[in-house]
Design a protein around this ligand. Structure first.
Ligand code: PFF
Length: 467
């Protein structure tokens, strides 16, 4: 039996620390930066509703699958799938799915670090008072000036990557656990303070209406983006939660824990949206600003309201902390895998992987300046170009990586894990690992992993193609 395996990377002191770590992974730029701007772009309430449905019906079962695979095998994702597949008499090739996931995590980290770097930059800018009394145009120009400077972006990207690599290099128990104990509670407090502040703007109800009123005809618009974002937000589909599951104590309830993490993450996304939109409305700005929503609208808002400078610093510190604890979890799966496979020291493995991600991240840095005109997948009426310099449409380098990872690889990775837990591992192994007291709950969990989540993912893909 595999139930008494131990991880060579150490383990969380308690279930509570796993919750801290997994919440630290889940809550990040996805909740605070990406979720609000996607809500704005994809029509407010309709997107929120689909997102919540995807979290409950797809994201949650995938998260359960990942943690139970991780905890059962106590190894990095690719090795975990290999070990459990062989144990259940299936092909070791299942590990390829996890391997693809671990590569996806590194690709996400490459751009994640760049955006994380912006938030570090903005802490300083805010604190210096650069945004005091600015107009919307000025703050837009400020953001353009920041992103137009490849050196500046590279500097912050480098710093952010170094900060993330430092924790990973020290090892999961020593590094992660100690930092997260302080970071996570602080994050929640800061977010609630921000929410309280936004209630005083006089536009709180307008923000709520924007986020929760929806018209049925907009439901389909953001289906694939909402599903992709549910994966991104919960950190599932790439093995991040799986590797954290591998460090989880044996005797702790998986289902309850996973539910707690998903609830906390969703709560933070919703609170971030509820805190952010009233500020945007109070400043008379457009909620469908796109990826710039946070970095253009908020400094403007903060620059023009009482105590805005202080609130702005608090907000960007919050974002940087959240991004940092997520970046760590993007690096850990591949680091753990290489440490297991090669026996090279953790510090070296971390250094080389972080360096590679940093290097790929330069592509994202350049997407905002010197490579701004480099466009991929350009659809010009009847002509389609894989690549075209200076085209009006298409995706830049950053857009390609974001699209490929969030909309394609994360759902596919999630499909692989949930099918693995539902169909490959074997019912008894899953039952043993979940150790749910109620047979009814076990049947429900299995049903979600076997049918609801896989079918849900396939239906969303099909709906997208069919649209
Ligand atoms: N969940 C993180 C966020 O919302 O910012 C991002 C992320 C972390 C995605 C880890 C995927 C992952 F494996």
């Amino acid at each position: 039996m595999s139930t008494d395996r131990v991880s060579v990377h150490g383990g969380w002191a308690s279930r509570w620390v796993f919750i801290l770590a997994a919440t630290g992974s889940a809550v990040g730029l996805g909740s605070i930066w990406k979720f609000p701007y996607m809500v704005g772009v994809y029509g407010g309430g309709a997107f929120v509703l689909v997102f919540l449905a995807c979290i409950a019906l797809i994201g949650l079962p995938v998260m359960l699958a990942e943690t139970l695979i991780g905890r059962r095998a106590r190894q990095s994702p690719a090795n975990a799938l290999k070990a459990l597949a062989l144990e259940a008499g299936h092909s070791a090739k299942w590990s390829w799915g996890a391997f693809a996931g671990m590569i996806t995590a590194l690709l996400i980290l490459s751009f994640y670090s760049v955006v994380g770097g912006w938030s570090l930059d903005y802490i300083i800018d805010m604190g210096r008072g650069d945004f005091q009394g600015v107009t919307a145009d000025q703050v837009g120009a400020y953001f353009s000036a920041v992103t137009a400077d490849p050196w500046r972006l590279t500097l912050w990207h480098t710093l952010f990557m170094l900060l993330s690599a430092l924790v990973i290099a020290k090892g999961v128990v020593a590094g992660l656990e100690r930092s997260l104990r302080i970071m996570m509670p602080l994050l929640f407090v800061m977010l609630l303070v921000l929410l309280g502040y936004s209630m005083t703007t006089g536009h709180f109800m307008q923000g709520l209406h924007f986020m929760f009123d929806f018209s049925l005809d907009r439901l389909l618009d953001g289906l694939l983006p909402a599903m992709g974002h549910a994966f991104f937000s919960l950190s599932v589909g790439v093995g991040s939660i799986m590797v954290y599951g591998a460090y989880m104590p044996k005797h702790s309830s998986l289902a309850g824990t996973v539910m707690g993490v998903a609830l906390l993450d969703t709560f933070v996304s919703l609170v971030a949206g509820m805190a952010l939109f009233p500020i945007v409305f109070a400043a008379g700005l457009n909620p469908s600003e796109g990826p710039g929503l946070m970095f253009i609208s908020l400094p403007f808002a903060f620059g023009n309201v009482a105590f805005g400078q202080l609130m702005g610093v608090v907000f960007f510190v919050l974002v940087a902390i959240a991004a940092w604890s997520s970046a760590i979890s993007l690096l850990e799966p591949m680091v753990a895998y290489l440490v297991e496979r090669t026996k090279i020291r953790r510090g070296w493995v971390t250094f080389w992987l972080a360096f590679s991600c940093w290097f790929v991240g330069l592509g994202t840095v350049f997407s905002f300046n010197v490579w701004q005109q480099a466009k991929f997948f350009v659809n010009e009426g009847d002509a389609f170009h894989l690549y075209r310099w200076g085209a009006a449409g298409g995706l830049d380098f950053f857009g390609v990586i974001d699209f490929f990872t969030s909309r394609i690889m994360l759902p596919l990775g999630g499909l692989c894990f949930v099918v693995f837990a539902g169909w490959v591992m074997g019912r008894e192994a899953v039952r043993d690992e979940l150790s749910l007291r109620s047979p009814l709950l076990f049947t429900l969990a299995l049903f979600l992993m076997r049918y609801v989540a896989p079918v849900g993912i396939l239906v969303v893909f099909a709906a997208q193609l069919w649209k």
